[in-house]
Design a protein around this ligand. Structure first.
Ligand SMILES: [Fe+2]
Length: 300
């Protein structure tokens, strides 16, 4: 018996997964769901010999350091480091996992969080597509654990595999990290709409600090209303392509653009929308670097 047999959103998730596997159109939004645009973009990049440069930009992953300020953070947490990966889509780019393993092996961190989209494709699930993710997961060395949430590319079938290899996948639940700090995590809010922040924060003492792991920046107002202190997400890939004069044509998220890229603040709740560690739809980036983020925990 799996721990997800009693998952309250199981039926809803499986129904949408079934449609995704059958390539039935599922209500979504933005560039990521418009496959004809992917084909046009892929052909356009090839025509202008930009496909190789676009791929090189994906592989040129930047290490970004940020401070994460949390109110009245316990002394034992101050100075600890969180490694944040997101949107790795690892099976889409051969050899990418080797580059990430090498880069991450040179970093020091205490805790790792991974905000979904492990796979490149969104259709039928095959365990082989998770092999590079498992490889990266096994290479991570962090004393305080590895935690993740599912994104819109992920099937619930991945949970067991990820947990077998050391990641705790938070499915509308929380984990007590100790000394007044909790990690909360919810299922995908973009395509599967199976997120439940109320369930994720249930039972957490009022005064405890709550860091939320969630795939996209589409639930910022709701998270703030639930007393989340820091909102960590990805999904937008920083737009993945930014054009001269025009900027980023797509955020692929149903939220205000000010929440879709980088650091933000909403009514006292801080957060970060990760640029993505990999790329999806088209394996190319321009003007929006891939990133690995290290957060330094500080008391505000
Ligand atoms: Fe996503």
């Amino acid at each position: 018996m799996s721990r997800l047999d009693s998952y309250s959103k199981l039926e809803q998730r499986l129904a949408i997964q079934q449609k995704m596997a059958a390539k039935t159109k599922v209500k979504g939004s933005g560039f990521e769901n418009l496959s004809f645009l992917h084909t046009i973009l892929r052909k356009g990049l090839k025509t202008f010999s930009l496909d190789q440069k676009g791929l090189e930009n994906v592989l040129d992953v930047q290490i970004v350091e940020k401070d994460m300020y949390l109110p009245n953070l316990a002394e034992s947490w101050q100075g600890k480091k969180i490694l944040h990966l997101s949107d790795t889509h690892l099976d889409g780019i051969p050899g990418f996992v080797e580059i990430l393993k090498e880069k991450i092996s040179q970093l020091s961190y205490d805790l790792c969080v991974w905000t979904g989209d492990f796979r490149f494709g969104k259709g039928a699930y095959h365990e082989a597509s998770m092999q590079p993710t498992v490889e990266l997961l096994q290479s991570l060395k962090c004393e305080l654990g590895i935690y993740g949430v599912l994104g819109n590319h992920d099937f619930i079938d991945e949970v067991e595999l990820l947990e077998k290899h050391g990641m705790k996948v938070l499915m509308n639940e929380s984990h007590d990290l100790g000394d007044g700090l909790y990690l909360c995590g919810v299922d995908d809010p973009h395509l599967y709409l199976c997120d439940d922040i109320t369930a994720a924060v249930k039972g957490i003492p009022e005064k405890a600090l709550k860091v939320l792991l969630i795939h996209s920046p589409e639930k910022i107002e709701e998270a703030q209303a639930h007393g989340i202190d820091y909102y960590l997400c990805g999904h937008t890939h920083g737009g993945q392509i930014s054009l001269p004069l025009i900027g980023r044509p797509f955020s692929n998220a149903r939220c205000k653009r000010k929440f879709a890229f980088g650091e933000f603040e909403y009514k006292g709740m801080k957060g970060y929308t990760h640029n993505g560690t990999g790329a999806s739809s088209v394996a190319a980036r321009f003007g929006c670097p891939s990133e690995i983020v290290i957060f330094n925990l500080k008391s505000s």
